[in-house]
Design a protein around this ligand. Structure first.
Ligand code: SF4
Length: 189
């Protein structure tokens, strides 16, 4: 996957299920194979693809702004973190994802799933927004501070989705239960 495709995938996946994005991602990339084609595309043509994920007008505008900025930058991503986060559509999560997958840095894909697992296993966040919670930021960075950071991220996200589920975690089958705060507090009460 090219850097362009990777960033577009991350942008489309924001608040959208992977199954939904996968239904049109390939044809989207065929129609808009690079930043230039996306920057010069008609808004209606982009909306035709992303209608299924809602907010098409907002997302189209932001996608086009990002593409225009990347054309201005000749496709080169800034390595400076603040500059990276300031690109249209790129917040903390996508910036981490770019640093992890493109710049090969040990960065966490801290989303609600990783946050849930960390909070259950260790303790609750201090701030409502996971992006600014010092505990979750520290724990997530520590977790993936490894040469296999990419695979650890993916493993944690899969584990959170399959075992430490949002609704009812499968604690009895969980290999982490002995030292898990959530498990111990629920089994001692
Ligand atoms: S024991 Fe339960 S709450 Fe703790 S990590 Fe495992 S599944 Fe999640």
């Amino acid at each position: 996957m090219s850097n362009y495709q990777l960033i577009i995938a991350e942008v489309l996946l924001q608040r959208t299920k992977a199954e939904t994005v996968s239904t049109f991602f390939e044809s989207f990339i065929i129609s808009f194979p690079n930043w230039q084609s996306l920057a010069t595309a008609h808004a209606e043509d982009i909306e035709n693809y992303i209608r299924s994920i809602g907010l098409q007008t907002q997302r189209t505008k932001r996608l086009k702004s990002l593409a225009e900025e990347m054309v201005r930058r000749k496709g080169v991503l800034p390595k400076n973190r603040m500059e990276l986060e300031s690109l249209p559509f790129l917040g903390q999560y996508i910036a981490n994802s770019i640093e992890l997958l493109i710049f090969k840095q040990n960065k966490p894909l801290l989303d609600v799933n990783m946050a849930r697992l960390l909070e259950r296993y260790f303790r609750h966040r201090i701030r409502a927004d996971i992006r600014y919670d010092p505990l979750l930021l520290d724990l997530s960075h520590e977790l993936v501070n490894h040469t296999k950071a990419k695979f650890i991220n993916w493993a944690v996200l899969d584990f959170a989705a399959l075992v430490c589920k949002a609704g009812k975690p499968l604690c009895n089958q969980c290999i982490l239960k002995l030292n898990c705060t959530y498990f111990n507090s629920h089994n001692n009460s």
